[in-house]
Design a protein around this ligand. Structure first.
Ligand code: ZN
Length: 285
């Protein structure tokens, strides 16, 4: 049976692309956080269902809430890296990106004996211009990236040569793409990301994932703490931003996640794609 991967990007409610210029880094320490409450919900949720997930943790969050990382490790989940400052990769130079990644890795690994295999760019923000992106990940010991989204409304993500299942992007570094349901050559329905999961009626979503799994194509989905825990300031913006941020977050999402995890199998990315010696297992998982 095909096994799907559940990933959670551990960042706060003010880290979304729509708030990039609204709150400066200096203000972050004074803002409320949804992370501890979301972790308090998701850890028992996963334990009850015997699911090990992948958590792409932002370095800033690991610095502010070190217990969060320790609790995730204690529960047997995979810790992966989401950069330090949630700055778009496409807005950084190679040097700035290296500094951001290394700072995040230093914080995540501090006093912890963990191997960090995976990286996800904030808001999937890699384009065809950052030729240095994969070499920098390789230099820093990553085994996979999970930032490319073949079809979504995200305008920032790399499209050129993107595929629907895992592929080798640089030396022995693998891309584990976010899932789209391929309709025609370059046209698909985005399924990854809780926004699409919240938007698409469950019976349709279930049908599409079942079809993928029948072809041995796994779903690689991500959710955010702000979608689990809705206890944060509602700041109205454009209609599109409000829809992306607030549509059916909280209980409607967690109910849907309950149905999804009852219907399909989920494990972490490292467990799904890599052997214990770090070698790539292949796509049919
Ligand atoms: Zn993010």
């Amino acid at each position: 049976m095909t096994t799907n991967t559940l990933t959670i990007d551990i960042e706060d409610w003010y880290h979304t692309e729509f708030f990039q210029n609204k709150f400066s880094y200096k203000e972050w320490d004074n803002l409320s956080s949804v992370v501890p409450a979301a972790i308090d919900f998701i850890l028992p949720f996963l334990r009850e269902r015997n699911i090990k997930a992948t958590f792409f943790v932002l370095g800033y969050i690991a610095e502010r809430f070190p217990d969060v990382v320790d609790n995730l490790i204690g529960a047997g989940h995979e810790i992966a890296c989401h950069g330090y400052s949630h700055t778009f990769v496409s807005k950084m130079s190679c040097k700035e990106f290296k500094i951001d990644v290394q700072k995040s890795l230093d914080i995540l690994k501090k006093s912890r004996d963990i191997d960090i295999m995976g990286f996800r760019a904030p808001a999937c923000s890699i384009t065809d211009r950052e030729s240095w992106f994969f070499p920098v990940l390789k230099e820093n010991g990553f085994r996979y990236d999970s930032s490319i989204y073949p079809n979504s409304f995200l305008v920032l993500t790399k499209r050129k040569n993107s595929k629907y299942t895992a592929w080798n992007v640089f030396e022995d570094l693998w891309e584990i793409p976010l899932t789209s349901y391929k309709l025609f050559s370059n046209i698909g329905i985005p399924l990854s990301g809780a926004f699409y999961f919240r938007l698409i009626p469950f019976f349709i979503y279930k049908y599409l994932v079942s079809n993928l799994n029948k072809k041995d194509i796994p779903l690689n989905i991500y959710i955010h703490p702000r979608e689990i825990c809705e206890d944060f300031p509602i700041i109205k913006q454009s209609m599109l931003a409000d829809l992306v941020h607030y549509w059916k977050i909280g209980r409607p999402l967690t109910n849907k996640l309950d149905k999804l995890t009852n219907k399909f199998n989920f494990i972490s990315v490292s467990e799904a794609y890599f052997n214990s010696d770090g070698s790539f297992k292949g796509n049919n998982i």
